[in-house]
Write a protein that binds this ligand. Sequence first.
Ligand code: PLP
Length: 375
Amino acid sequence: MTRVPFTDLAPMASEVWASIEQDYLASLLGGRYIGGLAVAAFERDWAAYCGADFAVGVANGTDALELTLMALGIGPGDEVIVPANTFIATAAAVVRAGAVPRFADVSDDTLLITPQTLTEAITPRTRAVMVVHLFGQVPDMTALLAVADEAGIALIEDAAQAHGAEWDGRRAGSFGEAACFSFYPGKNMGAFGDAGAVVTSRPDLADRVRVLANHGRSRGTAHYEHDCLGTNSRLDTLQAIALSGKLARIDAWTQRRIAVADRYRAQLGGTGVKLTGVAPSARHVYHLFVVRVADRGGVREELGRRGIETGVHYPLPCHLQPPLRRFANRSLPVAERAAGELLSLPIFPHQTDGQVDLVCEALATALRGRGGIRP
Ligand SMILES: Cc1ncc(COP(=O)(O)O)c(C=O)c1O
């Protein structure tokens, strides 16, 4: 039986290794592991790729979110709006910063926050909204920025799943006060371990994040007078070298993800799945290819029997997660219903057309006799 893994990171490492081997080994054997020129070069190049002025490398995407909130002075007494359908880190960062997450429902078509659901969640205590480019798609930033401006709240991008995604020709990372990226290995551009970045065009914010991420030091790593209390969330030199190598390939890998998604879309129409919508102004980079099905448990089981790995992003919306329920103040019907139907199909740059076709055939067979999802 041909197996189709959910993702496969090894071919990306192999593809990139020749171009980074020298720098990687020089750093490894030279004894230089944190910060340095390789980190500065990656930060410069990543900011430019995103269309922003600064990037600050940090330890992971979760820290990027928390440090951004701290740098903006958001904390106790403040509310931050978060879409209900996201990875828990988006909401957890708000709680860890001392603020209160308020949850917004999502579009039934794209599963992203909308100007209307954002507006519904705003209260006099709202200081910011975390706009999540979930699955790799940027929502309508023109309209969301207009709502945020009108309400006088900061817009922060959670771009952990959206390397190179665009709205109206503008890249993820260039819209908000700041944008938070994860380079977790499974992300579209992943490090060889945990890593993240805060991207912004505000020099004061970039400086503040850098100080907070380095124990409150404002003059590099090696002094012991601290300007404020921060944390340890720095980017490792070896990770920066790996990421610079991958940055040179991210556009080709994204093209392949888009081609895989197009092939899925062409074959899955009429099989009873509900496809996730893509706005005409969006360049979706398909971190995940998410469909909705009836009897998800049964469908997953059957796909598993045929050697096809799938995922669920996410089985519970954030406001129903046990540690976050105390912040839920209303029901969010679209996110709640979708959570029972979401199914993520394998997608990765080195996936073959044959593997895509196997998934489509297996899914069509699994859905036969199960009935389609309501439109
Ligand atoms: C939407 C979203 N936000 C935040 C994160 C947190 O990133 P990290 O795992 O690098 O801490 C992730 C990924 O894990 C994510 O998918």
